[in-house]
Design a protein around this ligand. Structure first.
Ligand SMILES: NC(=O)c1ccc[n+]([C@@H]2O[C@H](COP(=O)([O-])OP(=O)(O)OC[C@H]3O[C@@H](n4cnc5c(N)ncnc54)[C@H](OP(=O)(O)O)[C@@H]3O)[C@@H](O)[C@H]2O)c1
Length: 337
């Protein structure tokens, strides 16, 4: 199975290393040997149709900051022209344009390649259009790492909706915000001090705006709602309020009443919203620290909650691999029929 990797940062490199490490296992258990034939970063690309030595590319990237030479071709052209089966798309998320991932994914679909991505931008902006383009080109589109990192939130939601109706989804979808709110209530520190601690610990980006203002949660909510058929909304239609105005006093007051303030994302037939809300501390959704949690409200079987870490390079890479294995499984089924 020939792979093109677009994006070779934290997640892309973790994925390349995971695939290398697991190759004997993948051959034995699933009957396929992944071969990385192209790797693209922001400054160029490296290609070999026989398969790249990914360990060497990682070493080169770490030493020089680049995977290869500038090829003269743009990433979209490389994706379209390379003989490969699957694009693994891990470039940075852009919530406004969805680029560069959106163009990469379209280019892969049009050239009949399956796509696995954890890039939320293209999904938040064009979920339905991308699904349609994948269907039109008879290729598969998987994105389980886009929500919850390595925690299989989307797959769990799909299982909950099989033979039942998921009528509402309620989630804590941003580990940075949850860390800050937990820190404020437990240690009675201000928002600014809790944010500074999150940055020192490496949980928050240097520019944490999209976490704090709720947009990261909103885009994940959009992906979940579309995935489960609850809504066809894009990120522009979510009613969003972040945690920037949650005062330390409010967080402490909630804690004293056995409650907690969390950034809660809700999707149901009436719409999508993200806002700081008070929930009971003994609600299974009320996770602490950097954890994510999602509650699926099911019409017949009741509420179900999934909890796990929502980010991390190796964790997210494991989701990409899971998606790749699923694609391989359905490719084999298709050839058997
Ligand atoms: N990190 C996590 O825990 C996590 C979890 C879930 C989802 N995600 C999502 O996964 C994606 C990757 O995250 P990351 O942490 O790996 O980011 P990252 O470390 O910043 O890596 C991004 C990679 O994309 C490359 N890139 C940027 N623009 C490009 C372009 N126009 N064409 C080709 N390559 C380009 C960068 O190239 P250079 O190396 O040359 O800069 C870099 O290699 C993001 O969309 C993120 O939201 C991440």
């Amino acid at each position: 199975m020939r792979l093109v990797l677009a994006g070779f940062g934290v997640v892309g490199q973790s994925f390349a290393q995971l695939v290398k490490e697991k190759t004997p296992d993948l051959a034995a258990k699933y009957g396929f040997v992944p071969r990385v034939v192209a790797i693209i970063d922001s400054s160029g690309a490296v290609m070999d149709e026989k398969g790249l030595d990914v360990a060497r590319v990682v070493t080169k990237k770490r030493k020089t900051g680049k995977v290869g030479q500038t090829s003269g071709l743009g990433a979209r052209e490389i994706i379209a022209r390379t003989e490969a089966d699957v694009l693994i798309e891990t470039t940075p998320t852009d919530f406004k344009s969805g680029e560069p991932g959106l163009g990469h994914i379209k280019s892969a679909f049009i050239s009949k390649k399956h796509v696995v991505t954890c890039n939320k931008g293209p999904l938040g902006i064009a979920f339905q259009a991308l699904q349609e383009l994948a269907r039109h080109n008879s290729v598969q589109f998987r994105y389980s790492g886009a929500v919850g990192g390595g925690t299989p939130i989307l797959d769990f939601g799909k299982t909950c909706s099989t033979g039942d109706d998921v009528t509402r989804v309620t989630g804590i979808l941003n580990g940075t915000c949850n860390f800050i709110l937990t820190k404020m209530e437990r240690e009675r520190v201000s928002f600014a001090d809790a944010l500074a601690e999150a940055q020192r610990e490496g949980y928050a980006e240097r520019d944490p705006t999209l976490d704090i203002n709720g947009y990261d949660s909103a885009v994940k909510l959009v992906i979940m709602a579309n995935h489960l058929g609850l809504s066809k909304a894009t990120v522009r239609e979510v009613n969003v309020r972040g945690i920037q105005d949650v005062s330390a006093e409010k967080a402490w007051a909630a804690a004293e009443k056995g409650e907690a303030i969390r950034l809660i994302a809700v999707a149901d037939k009436s719409g999508l919203s993200v806002q700081p809300s008070t929930i009971a501390r003994d609600d299974p959704l009320c996770v602490t620290g950097t954890y994510n949690a999602v509650k699926f409200h099911c019409k017949d079987s009741g509420d179900k909650v999934i909890v796990g870490r929502g980010a991390g390079g190796p964790e997210t890479a494991s989701s990409l691999l899971r998606d790749l294995i699923e694609i391989r499984g359905s490719m084999s089924e298709a050839t058997e029929q």
